[in-house]
Write a protein that binds this ligand. Sequence first.
Ligand code: FEO
Length: 168
Amino acid sequence: MISKNMEKALNEQVNWEFYSSYFYLSMSSYFASSSLAGCANWMRVQAQEELFHAIKIYDYINERGGRAILEAIAKPPFEWKSPLHVFEEVMSHEQKVTGLINGLVNLAVDERDHATNNFLQWFVAEQVEEESSVASVMEKFKLIGKDKSGLFAIDLELAKRVFVPPAK
Ligand code: FEO
């Protein structure tokens, strides 16, 4: 059984994860309308990962005797200045989410809720991977600057990303 406090905090994270999915799907649409199908694919996969995160926490709340409550999802932005600007926003969003996950771990530690702490460690590791993968895409965009053929090459590269549902 999780505490009411923990239930509320995890429910807030479910909303953040759904928002993250919305945010990245909006970016995917931006890229699709900019004829960058590979970038659009990368963001769509990112959105699918976020949905997986949301449902993973949702399931955990219900499994531990709490109740997942679905709140309204905020409208995400839909215009950006450049592909690099999009990825900069992804990075700052992921850094924000990392801070939220760390806050949840701190709460689990304070409450001596070892099961939730253990559950959250998956997200701790996931955030390291997410920040690193966004950083590597950002580096590529910085390297090419305004070079159109470089942009074409990156788009081809990002087209290869596929969503693989992580093992539960
Ligand atoms: Fe669910 Fe990208 O953090």
